[in-house]
Design a binder for this molecule. Structure first.
Ligand SMILES: [Zn+2]
Length: 286
């Protein structure tokens, strides 16, 4: 009987939901890396879709797997379906934001990981593009428990990169301060202009620059509307540029590819900076 082809040396993506349990059982437990995309549906200003983070992280994981298929065809890469959930209570005063608690994020990630680990799988990459502290606290708590309960090797590549300001260090020089681009601003609008131009509302060109220091203690516990962010974005979306979007997308793909290889080779994954770890510790589950 001809079996469904799980070729590794081509650009075919193995989608978990398309496999039967026999095919899953046959995957080499020591050589299969699972990718779990998880990001919430969340308002992204009046100009970007609520699935901005979710679409980005799914596409980045897909591209990373295509690259890895060529680079390391001796390993298998399985893309799990996108979990469209995360903590985003701070902008849930806009329609379109669906928020769950960080504790639920933890339970979901742990459930995926432990269900796979129970069948001998060892490698899991959690792909998120959403950087809210309560959300990543959920992810990192689950990762810690998966490592201690099963010895599962896990990694979340984007948090350490993002929170160490690596983007500002590596991006092409732009002539303005991109560190203030927080949400649905220049970066994300550029990214969507590159990946999904038809989903970007043309009104972005007329949006004023709006900035808030989201690390300030004064913003703690406040919603976007309470902070006067009546359109739901922080940054300068009008500057968006598809060429930058392409750079940013490819950079993100590279970060994921590197993390997957490091994870497999047993290298210690990059850590979140201390101020983020402290913030996670200080935060009660919400
Ligand atoms: Zn976003």
């Amino acid at each position: 009987m001809k079996e469904k082809n799980l070729q590794k040396n081509d650009t075919k993506i193995i989608n978990f939901e398309e496999l039967n349990w026999k095919q899953i059982e046959r995957l080499d437990k020591n050589k299969t890396i699972f990718f779990l995309p998880i990001s919430p549906l969340e308002e992204h200003g009046p100009h970007l879709p609520v699935g901005t983070d979710l679409l980005t992280v799914r596409d980045v994981a897909t591209e990373a797997i295509k690259f890895l298929n060529k680079e390391r065809p001796d390993l298998s890469y399985v893309l799990l379906p996108v979990v469209p959930l995360g903590y985003c209570k701070f902008n849930a005063d806009f329609p379109g934001s669906i928020s769950v608690s960080g504790k639920i994020v933890k339970d979901i990630v742990y459930s995926f990981g432990s269900s796979l680990a129970n069948h001998g799988f060892k490698f899991l990459i959690i792909c998120t593009y959403h950087m809210a502290i309560a959300h990543i606290k959920g992810i990192y708590s689950a990762m810690k428990k998966l490592e201690s309960d099963f010895g599962m090797r896990t990694s979340e590549p984007w948090g350490p990169y993002y929170h160490s300001n690596e983007i500002e260090k590596r991006e092409p020089k732009l002539g303005f301060d991109t560190s203030k681009e927080v949400h649905a601003g220049f970066r994300e609008t550029s990214l969507m202009k590159y990946q999904y131009p038809y989903l970007v509302d043309g009104s972005y060109k007329n949006l004023q620059n709006i900035y808030r220091d989201m690390n300030s203690p004064r913003v703690l516990g406040k919603t976007f509307k309470q902070l006067g962010l009546k359109d739901g974005y922080i940054g300068s979306p009008a500057r968006a540029d598809a060429d930058y979007g392409r750079w940013f997308f490819n950079e993100t793909v590279n970060v994921f590819v590197r993390s997957a290889l490091d994870l497999y080779e047993g290298k210690k994954p990059p850590e979140l900076p201390n101020h983020i770890k402290l913030a996670m510790k200080a935060l009660f589950w919400q």
